[in-house]
Structures are given as C-alpha cells and as structure tokens.
Design a binder for this molecule. Structure first.
Ligand SMILES: NC(=O)C1=CN([C@@H]2O[C@H](COP(=O)(O)OP(=O)(O)OC[C@H]3O[C@@H](n4cnc5c(N)ncnc54)[C@H](O)[C@@H]3O)[C@@H](O)[C@H]2O)[C@@H](O)CC1
Ligand SMILES: [K+]
Length: 546
C-alpha cells in the first residue's frame, strides 16, 4: 500500500474591536469589558457535542435535505480522503467497523462507496439492541456482495498490520466510556498495528469531556472530522488518540454556525489577516510605542536578549531593557538596537526604573526570584498604568506570593506554561479539561488575559472566552521559545492601535507561524529560539492590513 502522509484539507490547522486613537492610559486603566465581542473570530468555532447535533439538524432544515443526504456528503468526503490522501491500493485489506448510531451509518456508506469503487472491503457491525434510523437506512442500501458481519466477541476480526481500519464505531453520540464488546474491539484495533482512520472522532473519546484514564479509546493515525474541529482534538491528553486530524467540509450551514453562541474558538490565519495595522508612510518610532522589559539575572541573560530581540523584530518603536549590572555588556552587544538600563545590583534586578516613558511593560524572562526582585514586581503591580506582560519567574513569584495576584492590573497578559500555571493557581490540574476550568476561574478572578503554552496554546480573555492558537510545531518546544513570545507580545501591547485581545491573538499566531517559517531552514531538531526571532517579521506581515 502506498502511503502519503501529506497534510490534507485543513490540517491540524488553526480580535476584538479596535481602539484606534485611544490614549494608552485609557487602554490600561479602563475597566475590563467582560463582554468584549470576539468580532470576526468565528471561522472555527468549537461546538459542544449537543451544538454539533443541533447544527446538523439546522443544516438539514435550512437546506431542505434529509439526514441521509448529509450522511452521504460525510461518507463521500471520507471516501475521497481515503482515496486521494491515503492512496489506497486495490489489494489493501480495508476493515470498516460500524457502531449502532449515525457514526456507524457513515461507516456503512463509506464501505458501500469503497466496495463500488472496487476496493477490498470487509464490513463489521457491533452487536447492538437498537440502531439509529439512518444506520438502518444505510444497511438496506448495502449491495448483496458486501456482507455485513456482526462481531463475535469470542472471535474478533483478524486485522493484519498492513490493513486499513476505518473506525466508525462511535462519534459525537458517545455518552459514556466504552465497555463489553465495544471496548474489546477497540483494544483489539489498537493492538493490530493497522493504519487506523477514525470517522469524526476516535471511538471511545468524548467530544468535550474527559473519560476515565483506563477507558478504551481508539488510537487513530488519522481522524477525519466534519467542518469544525472538536475541543478534544486540541488537548495534549488526547494527542495519542486523535493522531493527525483533518477537517472535511460537508456544507454545514454557515449562517447557523455564525449564529451559534460559543465560548471557545480555534483561531486561524483567516480570522487574523488584516488585523495588524499597516505601518503608515509617515510613521515614526513613537507610533509603535516604547516598551520597557525587565529581564535577566546572572546566568540567564539569554532570556533577556531573546525577548528584547523578539520585541524589536515585532516592530516596537523603542525598547529599553532593564537588566542587572552583569548583563549590561551582553545586552548592548547582542541587541544594539535596544537601550539598556543597568540595575545597581550585579546579579539580579533590585530597582524599578521610572515608568513614565513607556507604553507597555514586560517582566519575567530570566528574572530569577530574588527577594529584591519580588519587591520590584510588587512596586510594578501597584504603580504601572500601562499594559503589562508577565512571564516566567515573574509568574513564579506570583505563585509563591499569591497576595501579589490581587494587585494585578486588569487586562494584564500572563504567559505561563502548564507548570508555571500550576504554581500560579497553587493546585495541579486533574486533566486538561480541569486546567481550562482553572484558567477561566483565574481570568475571572483577576480580570486579566492569560495563556497556557502548548501545542495549541490557549488564551483566555477576562470574560472566560477561550481562543486556541493554530500555528507552531514541536521544534518550538525548546529553551528560549517562551522568552521570544514575551518580547513579541510586549511589542504588540505597546502598539497604539491594538486592543488587548487582538495584540494577544496576533502575537500567539505570529509566534507559531514564525516557528513554522523557520522549519524548512532548521528542521524540528535544529530549531532554536533565535530562529523564531528571525521570522517574526514575515509572520506578522502576513497579518497586516492592505
Ligand atoms: N445527520 C447527522 O446528524 C450527521 C451525523 N453524522 C455522524 O453521526 C455521528 C453522531 O451520530 P449519533 O448521534 O447517532 O451518535 P454515535 O453514532 O456516535 O453513537 C450513538 C449510539 O451509540 C450508543 N452509545 C452511546 N454511548 C455508548 C457506549 N458507551 N456504549 C455503547 N453504546 C453507546 C447510543 O445509544 C447510540 O445508539 C457523528 O459523529 C457523525 O459521524 C455525520 O453523518 C454527519 C451528519
Ligand atoms: K469513530
């Protein structure tokens, strides 16, 4: 069998109102707007299982079609993908395993399509007391030469390693963990070493809730989902089940999607393109703000350098970086475009500089957690009147001294990775879903923006809306990558004409995209944080208005 692991269609792919002309002071001190609409961030809404069902029904009504018609579209899309992307051979053994509901109905229609096209299909049905109407309809459409065999729990189908298994056991209708024959079959599929293609969802995975750790869940190589991604695909704990996920369009009604209220979005380039104001011809360095960065300690000056360079590459007007005395030469040499303010202490930052000139302030990269530095953070939180970007050791200090969290100015942007987030909230998350609940509670409590870094970095706005980033690659899981993000976000928060939400979304997207642009030059293995810096400019230009 020929295998083509190219990305297909939308491949694992991935706002707010502008405050043009508003003085920065007003931006930072105005009350948080809990209902700030995510204007335009609507291309990829993350719907719950119930909303997905409602969308299917609404599409059927709006387009005057039957549910069978919609199922045929889904099955045609899956069949085309198998033929065009997986490049099936006629002699490849294809096992289509169907459950009792509409996911199984999809499987029956795919099996019929493949059989008609001349492929070697074997069709297996899970024993069940009841079947959905569309399943039964599809079963009646099967040609006589394509027998549907009920799975015998005592003799599960032989699945050769070179075979393709189409998993159409359960989709969004799964309401509880799998048990009995279904669980046994799923474990059998997982052990077979076959190429597993899940229809809509890997069977056993719940669409928007965790399942017990020991549940049987299909470990798919590919998951072919319809139109919109599912929250479950974006969470690290499910990566081993979902595999490479693809979205297949089936004509779900765009108007209904637009009108479906959601609190979670998957943010794509399409959502963000044009949101970064083009640099006007007569712009000067004041237009793009003067940023202050407090970063570095002895042995961690690289973090300060990378964040400074990233801030510059993200188009900040000016940057002043406050470093301990030991870092003065290092910073001046490695970032000559930046101004450098050396602290009187040699190895750590011990004094807060005068804040008046600055449009935004970043703190954290390589900072260390000296008591003096904690005091600097304390003073910053109580005196700053401009947007703050808070990262790394500044987050650890906030975790170690929770009383400081009460001082966080509204609309500050915090950028923890999962471990820093755990320290910040003082409690490990039970699972990825619980972490999202913790994140929402945190932004609700503090009226801040907070991200959690990862494969699909998630941003929570103060109103609890979640935005999953769609760019980036595993090569970026390397030292200094987070420092680069801080610098980039700092530049965008210093930008006069960007709302806090737009600045954060643009920054997250551009960071991942810069990593993706660097990849052909470095490979995953050789990707360094400084390579990300190099491509920030091109990544941001892609999002610039005409
Ligand atoms: N017309 C539509 O609504 C469309 C639906 N589509 C497909 O339909 C799927 C959803 O179909 P359904 O809502 O019928 O749901 P599923 O086919 O995912 O499963 C529902 C069936 O499984 C049973 N069930 C649930 N949890 C179980 C468990 N733990 N153990 C054993 N049985 C269990 C239910 O009682 C029901 O019979 C989607 O994932 C998608 O694949 C697509 O065909 C697109 C169009
Ligand atoms: K499935």
């Amino acid at each position: 069998m020929k295998m083509d692991r190219r990305a297909a269609q939308v491949t694992n792919a991935p706002g707010g109102p502008e405050v043009s002309g508003e003085p920065l002071e007003a931006l930072s001190s105005r009350p948080v707007h809990p209902s700030e609409p995510a204007e335009g961030i609507e291309k990829m809404k993350l719907l719950s299982a119930a909303q997905t069902r409602a969308l299917d029904q609404a599409t059927i009504q709006a387009q005057h079609i039957t549910s069978t018609d919609l199922m045929e579209r889904a099955a045609d899309a899956v069949t085309s993908w198998l033929l065009d992307e997986l490049l099936l051979d006629y002699d490849t053994a294809i096992h289509v395993c169907c459950g009792p509901g509409n996911n199984g109905g999809d499987g029956l229609a795919v099996a019929r399509n493949l059989h008609r096209a001349g492929y070697a299909v074997q069709l297996w049905l899970l024993p069940a007391a009841r079947h959905s109407a569309d399943f039964s309809h599809q079963q009646q459409q099967l040609p006589a030469e394509l027998p549907a065999r009920e799975i015998d729990p005592n003799k599960l189908p032989a699945l050769a390693a070179g075979a393709v298994v189409v998993d159409a056991l359960f989709g969004t209708g799964l309401s509880r963990p799998l048990a009995g024959v279904a669980a046994a079959l799923v474990r059998h599929i997982n052990e077979a070493g076959a190429t597993v293609v899940a229809v809509d969802m890997p069977s056993g995975l719940l669409a928007d809730a965790p399942q017990p750790a020991d549940s049987a869940v299909v470990r798919a190589n590919y998951t072919l989902s319809f139109e919109l991604p599912k929250l479950a695909f974006l969470l690290p704990q499910n990566a081993g089940f979902v595999g490479d996920w693809q979205l297949l369009p089936i004509g779900l009604d765009p108007e209904v999607i637009r009108n479906t209220p959601v609190d979670k979005h998957f943010v794509t380039a399409e959502d963000l393109r044009g949101r970064l104001p083009k640099r006007p011809k007569f712009s000067h360095k004041g237009t793009f703000g003067h940023a202050l960065l407090l970063a570095g300690s002895k042995g961690k000056m690289g973090a300060a350098v990378l964040a400074t360079q990233a801030c510059l590459r993200a188009g900040v007007g000016l940057i002043t970086t406050r470093v301990p005395a030991v870092g003065y030469d290092i910073l001046q040499i490695s970032a000559p475009e930046a101004m450098c303010l050396a602290d009187s202490a040699s190895d750590h930052i011990s004094e807060l500089p005068e804040l008046t000139p600055y449009a935004a302030i970043g703190i954290g990269p390589g900072l260390g957690q000296h008591d003096d530095t904690r005091e600097v953070l304390h003073q910053l939180l109580t005196t700053a009147t401009v947007p703050l970007v808070i990262d790394a050791d500044a987050l650890n200090l906030l975790g170690a001294h929770p009383e400081l969290q009460k001082l966080l100015p509204p609309d500050s942007l915090l950028t923890p990775h999962p471990k820093e987030f755990e320290r910040l909230v003082g409690e490990p998350a039970r699972d990825d879903y619980h972490r999202l609940e913790q994140l929402r509670a945190f932004v609700g409590r503090t009226s801040c923006y907070c991200i959690i870094k990862g494969a699909y970095t998630v941003l929570a706005a103060p109103d609890g809306t979640l935005y999953f980033n769609s760019t980036g690659n595993p090569g970026m899981a390397t030292g200094g990558s987070g420092d680069v993000l801080t610098g980039l976000l700092l530049a965008l928060r210093a930008h006069k004409n960007l709302s806090p939400l737009d600045a954060a979304l643009l920054g997250l997207h551009a960071h991942g995209r810069a990593g993706d642009l660097a990849l052909p030059h470095t490979g995953h293995t050789g990707l360094l944080a400084s390579d990300i810096v190099r491509f920030i400019g091109p990544a941001l230009e892609e999002l610039m208005s005409e």
